[in-house]
Ligand binder design. Structure first.
Ligand code: F6P
Length: 407
């Protein structure tokens, strides 16, 4: 008999708890696994020996189902970068001691490309010191920018929220007879996947957003204003989707200077405010009614409009992670490979963590139009299967019920 531990790391998603439910289900179905520990606040919880016994928390099928549909991370998260062990081995020594003390033989880290740095470093350290603990990464991020996987859990639900919200914004923007421009700022930092996914509205004959701007190609204010003026010739209410991370010619974020200069432990800037900036620029230069909307954290925690495909896949990939560890794998991240689009089918495999950690998968430039202000049908075909289906949501007093650790 042995124990396992699981933790959640990085920015939340609507599906990260579903992967936790998957790891739990995989472990609970394995007779040799006794305790299933949840580490609070990612790897910080392991360093501080701060675990909860998930078997005591998830006591029924109802709990596990509710957990799957609850957004954000019930275990809390972190953006903690392990130092190189040659520089400072203290974290590694603590982690190895804590995991060994609890007879934990497998550690599952649900996170994005930065969190995979932790998986890579821990696996290398354990192997070098002959410590028998398997380390497996389970991907998640609304940014969809993790290498070697077709897509990441959490992305489909965020894409569904962005498209649904945009459609509602479109309805609102058309009510007056006067011309208007509405700019919607979407998360994704250095990768434009989520902003690009707003193109799915086209599948239902909706031409908006009329303009889509991504960080993968250079952004110019003059060109943006020309694009808006051109779009205004055809549409009374112009809708623009813009990534928080768009860059100008010198490769700097356009938001440099007015968004916070604070960075996280991995050196990433907190980006915010590009929509407001473009609103002011548009108002000053074009002079019509302009609004900007920052979708902000809603796009990563809006489980009431989650994608069932995403929620189910997130659970499956968590369950598959347990199987991979039991099969003796370590230093791997679980990945999806798309087998076909119609019918949509994926298989789950493992991939070497060293090919993934700290790298970013960008939105393909071939899927951006020549004008650099929209995306192609290939993008639409890639996105559509990921947003299909809706989980059944339980409501209490008219409000969706969430799984809460504090109850
Ligand atoms: O990692 C995903 C993400 O939501 C990015 O899209 C965004 O730029 C960043 O996290 C925000 O970071 P934080 O959660 O620390 O505010």
């Amino acid at each position: 008999m042995f124990n396992i531990a699981v933790a959640q790391s990085g920015g939340p998603t609507s599906a990260i708890n579903s992967s936790l439910a998957g790891v739990f289900a995989g472990a609970a179905a394995t007779p040799e696994i006794e305790c299933i520990y949840g580490s609070l606040n990612g790897i910080e919880g392991v360093i501080k020996d701060n675990f909860i016994d998930l078997r005591k928390i998830l006591t029924s099928d109802y709990d596990r189902e509710l957990l799957k549909k609850t957004p954000s991370t019930i275990l809390g998260s972190c953006r903690y970068k392990l130092k190189n062990p040659d520089e400072d081995p203290s974290d590694y020594e603590k982690i190895a001691a804590v995991l060994s003390k609890h007879n934990i033989r497998a550690f599952f880290y649900i996170g994005g490309n930065d969190s995979m740095d932790t998986v890579m470093k821990l696996d290398a350290y354990f192997k070098e010191h002959n410590i028998q603990i398997k380390v497996i990464g389970v991907p998640k991020t609304i940014d969809n920018d993790v290498m070697n996987t077709d897509h990441t859990p959490g992305f489909g639900s965020a894409a569904k929220y962005v498209a649904t919200s945009l459609q509602e914004i479109i309805r609102d923007s058309r009510v007056y007879s006067i011309p208007s421009v509405t700019i919607v700022e979407v998360m994704g930092r250095d990768a434009g996947w989520l902003t690009a996914s707003s193109c799915v509205l086209r599948a239902n004959g909706e031409p908006a957003p009329h303009l889509i701007y991504l960080p993968e190609v250079e952004f110019s204010i003059d060109k943006f204003l020309d694009d808006v003026k051109e779009a205004q010739k055809r549409y009374k209410a112009v809708i623009v989707a813009v990534s928080e991370g768009i860059r100008c010619d010198d490769e700097k974020y356009l938001s440099t200077g007015f968004s916070s200069e604070l960075t996280d432990a991995f050196g990433h800037k907190y980006l915010s405010g590009i929509g407001k900036y473009l609103e002011n620029v548009t108002a000053a230069n074009i002079g019509c009614k302009v609004r900007s909307i920052e979708l902000n954290v809603m796009q990563r925690c809006s489980s009431h409009i989650a994608s069932l495909t995403d929620i189910n896949e997130a659970e499956e990939i968590g369950r598959a992670a347990v199987k991979a560890a039991l099969d003796g794998e370590s230093g791997k991240m679980m990945v999806f490979r798309r087998m076909s689009n119609n019918p949509y089918r994926v298989e789950i495999l493992t991939s070497d963590i060293r090919e993934i950690a700290n790298k970013e998968k960008k939105f393909p430039v071939e899927w951006i139009n020549n004008e650099h202000n929209n995306v192609t049908t290939d993008a639409l075909n890639y996105f559509l299967p990921l947003i299909q289906g809706e989980p059944e949501i339980e409501y209490r007093n008219g409000i969706p019920v969430h799984f809460r650790l504090d109850q």
